[in-house]
Write a protein that binds this ligand. Sequence first.
Ligand code: SAH
Length: 257
Amino acid sequence: MKHKARKRFGQNFLNDPDIIARIIGAINLAVDDQVIEIGPGKAAITRPLLERLDSLDVVELDRDLIPLLAGIDQTGKLHIHQADALNFDFCQLVRTGKQARIVGNLPYNISTPLLFHLFVQHCIADMHFMLQKEVVLRLAASPGTKQYGRLSVMAQYYCEITPLFEIGPECFDPAPKVTSAFVKLTPKPLHQLTARNMNKLGQVVSMAFSQRRKTLRNALREIATVEEMEAVGINPGSRAENLAVSDFIALGNHLDD
Ligand code: SAH
């Protein structure tokens, strides 16, 4: 079936067998894993996943791709959900005693909001994603680097981040303008998520980085006093990029008291 790639849906289809094999190898599947693929597209990753699994759920927004996807399965193992991953309830699919493994060559235009949506679905064992390399660098960035920002702090609050390998534009059709990278995110156990109020943590992080060249004394002026920063060991003369994730959590919790 002919299908024209749509920019609106962030469609760049993988067409390099070596990269597809590398992706499947990195995920390291067991036959009874509960895998949910986001954005299966024309089934580049879906087919090899299906070969290795008893059951596979896929979430695809583009209605025009659904017949093509339905056509790849004669076994009844593939469960197709025509839906927007941005507001899809992933946990509802998870079978008793299981945790979901999420996989996807994500539409790059929605990757950040999609990650934030997934961070709060507490039924996920791990996530393997293809993203823009630049987004992977931001996810994994350490304090003191220019990539370290709101996305780094929030992602590292919820997950361990493991960048795996890069993929050039030539591995896709159509070729995207940017280099891509494959990354693994492993959600932390709930007892390690120690922020008492996520809205407060989010507010502190957003304000601190919205004027990242300013000192924290100035950037956070409206929500935290110098004394409140010092009470949790933060130097008000430092900048957002100097703070560890744990510093943001400590300040958020102190302000929420
Ligand atoms: N996995 C395929 C396709 C990647 S392109 C491959 O590697 O070749 C990204 C895919 O995500 C497309 O199929 C696109 O239609 C789908 N998509 C875009 N926005 C989506 C959304 N909000 N929810 C679910 N799927 C979406």
